[in-house]
Design a protein around this ligand. Structure first.
Ligand code: FES
Length: 205
């Protein structure tokens, strides 16, 4: 059972309808002109609660092909948060808040590239691509005593699945995209992979 299915919500019926339409290839059209209260689009409280909801869910931030090799990274804005997503040396993906732990500067400005460390342009603090740890502080005597273990980039929950990179902003515990999407999506991927390998075996004959 997916996380959405297990969460009681006033939107359950709407979600069930969308899922059923996707499965059947159908669509329900309103017979008349649909009118919605304008507060749905102007309410500050509603916007805040929607942001809270979105931050609590797995969201796609990149396609796996955007991070082809160790060191590849992209920077993204997601729900008002600047993020760095990077391919680690071991092939896994890390995600960090793009916020320097010295005085909050933006660490990486490039939209994409390849790096071993990310260096803040303000005073040169450098952070490791693989774990976000603070690696170098130029002229560190000028900064006084720094416990480097406390000044790494803040990590964001991230998982690579189905060819996409997912993040969950309001949590640092491990993501479970498989549970969120449900078994059906994994099963589809498995069947697609089986078909692809059968086709390649046939074409290799
Ligand atoms: S704000 Fe980043 S090094 Fe000072």
């Amino acid at each position: 059972m997916s996380l959405i299915q297990s969460r009681p919500s006033v939107y359950d019926r709407a979600i069930a309808l969308v899922v059923s339409n996707l499965r059947e290839g159908t669509m329900q059209l309103d017979p008349g002109v649909a009118r919605l209260p304008v507060e749905l689009f102007t309410s500050v409280e509603r916007a805040a609660s929607e942001l809270t909801l979105m931050r609590s869910l797995p969201l796609v931030i990149a396609h796996h092909a955007e991070l082809p090799t160790p060191g590849s990274f992209v920077t993204r804005e997601l729900l008002g948060q600047s993020l760095i997503v990077a391919r680690r040396q071991d092939g896994t993906v890390g995600c960090y808040l793009n916020v320097c732990q010295h005085r909050g500067g933006q660490v990486e400005a490039a939209p994409f590239g390849s790096k071993r460390v990310f260096t803040c342009p303000y005073h040169g603090w450098s952070y490791d691509r693989d774990d976000g740890a603070l690696r170098n502080v130029p002229f560190d005597k000028d900064f006084g005593e720094i416990d480097r273990a406390c000044y790494g980039l803040r990590s964001v929950s991230v998982e690579e699945r189905h060819g996409l990179v997912w993040v969950q902003l309001s949590s640092t515990s491990p993501l479970d995209v498989g549970r969120f999407l449900g078994d059906e999506v994994d099963e589809r991927d498995r069947i697609r992979a089986l078909r692809a390998s059968s086709l390649s075996r046939l074409s290799g004959r």
